[in-house]
Ligand binder design. Sequence first.
Ligand code: FES
Length: 141
Amino acid sequence: MNRRELVQKIVLGGAVLFVMPTVISSCTKDSTIDPVILNTPGTKIDIDLSDPANASLNTAGGSVIVKSIIVVYTGTNYIALSSICTHEGSTVGYNLAAGNFICPNHGSVFSVGGSVVTGPAAKPLESYQISKSGNILTITV
Ligand code: FES
């Protein structure tokens, strides 16, 4: 190996070390999390029920996740809870038959109000106010 090859390897190695932490960090990030919104009480998030992307909210048991908030239509009303399990951060899902939220990772169960029914989670899911006007759902963070 001559001097030029050695310098090229050192420069390339440095570039890899510089870029890798950024790549690894972006792979582990949940792109739905928006800490600015979730840490700004009073922020409103609108969901248009006529938007095809939100069509599942017109069917009992349907849900969408917006900004780490799971919005569910129970068949009679809408519920908005944090979608992030308080145990280790997995995404919870709604179980229409049981009428509760289940974490697929370790099996924690949460009520429609967000309280823990079955652990290992020890803290409730954050609950958000949600209202409907025409085709628009509004979540107040
Ligand atoms: S991450 Fe949800 S129960 Fe463990």
